[in-house]
Design a protein around this ligand. Structure first.
Ligand code: NAD
Ligand code: UGA
Length: 444
């Protein structure tokens, strides 16, 4: 199949490379010239395991190219996939990129195949594909949906750090489509991925499924944090032991003979400093605003967001307990990215905690295996210091605060030894018994 991808961001570029690696002819279109020339040079514009090799391979075998000219990209294409951003603006989803992309596509559809499918892959609130994208496409293309044009909604479930494998071996493919011909073409898109579980549904339902999936995971995190904060206020309760007991429910970790299956969902029933990243924070807020616009209170979702917004303060409280005064003290921050194995710092809880420390005149030295450059752009002129050497940080600080569970920190106890240096574990990642002066979320 010939495919045009509109928006070569995280989802767009990984989708493009994966579809091209499965034999489709893919053109990436983006307005950002830098990203396009990187892709054409065989260099991935984002930091994601396996992406560089696969991109180079698909460039070499001629299945992938990139352009800033949509007219060239859409030439004879069977399908266009919209993967532009859907940020939050004034508390609700901003569909301006979706509207612009739809309009540009519509104007050039005349150069595409006789029957052309437009597929929305961006995360959009229910009704967007049918009520926003469809009218724009029909108005500016002169084509009619269901006749010479089809419309599909195919949400993306990849997680950063595992994006390539998530796409190459999807756990699910959800396809909402406007008509049978569109569904047929969407199935063809995923044919090289077989065996794969495909769920076909309506456009609105596909959109709703994506938000529900993210909202459920965010809910588990905030629930775990609420229980953690209560546990910390009681003597002899460690929330890790509490959740160990909860995880043992055979409905959460089924027994197979003497062994147990440990489903990935359990990793979301674990306390921490709160969720961040480019999706959970914006998607939960967009769903809340969408629900409110339909006169639904969405009280659970509102609490999930409130708990998450407040969660970095729990780490701040632990810092206050450990240091009698903040001013003049040196604090070492371990981990800047919003989760391990990525350099993405969007909505990272580390930002709030570092800013609070700097505002209170602490000296802050931060370590991260890959996210330092990005953090320098986010917090530029605030006196935040960085080090790439953990030993240097350990030797220079009055307190250590772990905020991202990078594997690099697993052996932290070896650097600290028998020293009384206080360590706050904001992710409950370390073994408390290996430290003289340990405190963590959910532990009195
Ligand atoms: P991103 O910001 O990384 O990339 C968006 C790209 O679209 C940018 O390169 C931008 O230049 C380009 N763009 C914007 N308007 C354009 C236009 N009119 N024509 C051509 N290019 C245009 O965004 P992302 O992280 O890839 O997310 C895209 C969508 O996928 C969002 O809705 C997001 O919620 C969803 N999503 C993201 C992830 C993730 O992990 N990042 C996972 C699943 C779903
Ligand atoms: C998440 C989902 O996992 C993907 O399925 C989805 O496609 C994607 O959002 C999206 O829509 O963009 P991602 O944001 O890459 O993927 O990362 P996750 O691994 O889900 O982690 C999100 C946040 O939750 C991180 O800040 C992480 O530290 C935090 N988290 C995770 C916790 O605080 N506690 C946990 O127990 C688990």
């Amino acid at each position: 199949m010939k495919i045009l991808i509109v928006g070569a961001g995280y989802v767009g570029v990984v989708s493009a490379v994966c579809f091209a690696s499965k034999g489709h002819q893919v053109v990436c279109y983006d307005t950002n010239e830098e990203k396009i020339s990187l892709i054409n040079d065989g260099i991935a514009p984002i930091n994601e395991p396996h992406l560089d090799e696969l991109l180079r391979l698909t460039r070499e075998n001629g299945n992938l190219s990139a352009t800033t000219n949509i007219k060239i990209g859409i030439q004879d294409a069977d399908m266009s996939i919209i993967s532009v951003g859907t940020p939050l603006s004034f508390g609700e989803i901003d569909l301006s990129y979706i509207r612009n992309a739809s309009k540009e596509l519509a104007k050039y559809i005349k150069f595409a195949s006789e029957f052309h499918v437009v597929c929305v892959k961006s995360t959009v609130v229910p009704g967007t594909t049918a009520d926003v994208v469809a009218p724009i496409l029909e108005q500016y293309s002169g084509r009619i949906i269901g006749e010479s044009m089809g419309l599909a909604m195919n949400p993306e479930f990849l997680a950063e750090g595992t994006a390539v494998t998530d796409l190459l071996e999807p756990d699910r493919v959800i396809i909402g489509s406007s008509d049978p011909a569109t569904e047929k073409l969407m199935r063809e898109l995923y044919k090289p991925f077989e065996p794969v579980e495909i769920l076909t549904t309506t456009l609105n339902c596909a959109e709703m499924t994506k938000y529900t999936a993210n909202a459920l995971l965010a809910t588990l995190i905030s629930f775990s944090n609420e229980i953690a904060n209560l546990s910390a206020d009681m003597p002899d309760v460690d929330v890790i032991d509490v959740f160990r007991g909860v995880h043992l429910d055979r409905r959460l970790s089924p027994k197979v003979g003497q062994d147990r299956i440990t489903p990935g969902i359990l990793s979301f029933l674990h306390p921490g400093t709160g969720y961040g990243g480019s999706c959970f924070p914006k998607d939960t807020k967009a769903l809340l605003a969408f629900g409110n616009s339909k006169y639904h209170d969405m009280s659970i979702l509102r609490s999930v967001i409130e708990t998450n917004n407040a969660q970095p303060n729990v780490t701040i409280e632990l810092i206050k307990q450990k240091l009698d005064k903040i001013s003049g003290k040196t604090v070492g921050i371990l981990g800047l990215s919003f989760k391990p194995n990525t350099d993405d710092i969007r909505e990272t809880p580390a930002k709030k905690i570092i800013e609070w420390l700097l505002e209170n005149d602490a000296r802050v030295i931060a370590h991260d295996p890959v996210a330092i450059q990005n953090m320098k752009r986010l917090i530029s002129d605030r006196g935040l210091e960085y080090t790439e050497k953990l030993e240097h940080l350990v030797a220079s600080v009055d307190l250590i605060v772990l905020l991202t569970s990078w594997g690099d920190y697993r052996e932290l106890h070896n650097l600290i030894g028998e020293s009384n240096l206080p360590v706050i574990d904001g992710r409950r990642f370390l073994d408390p018994s290996k430290f003289v002066n340990y405190s963590g979320i959910g532990k009195n």
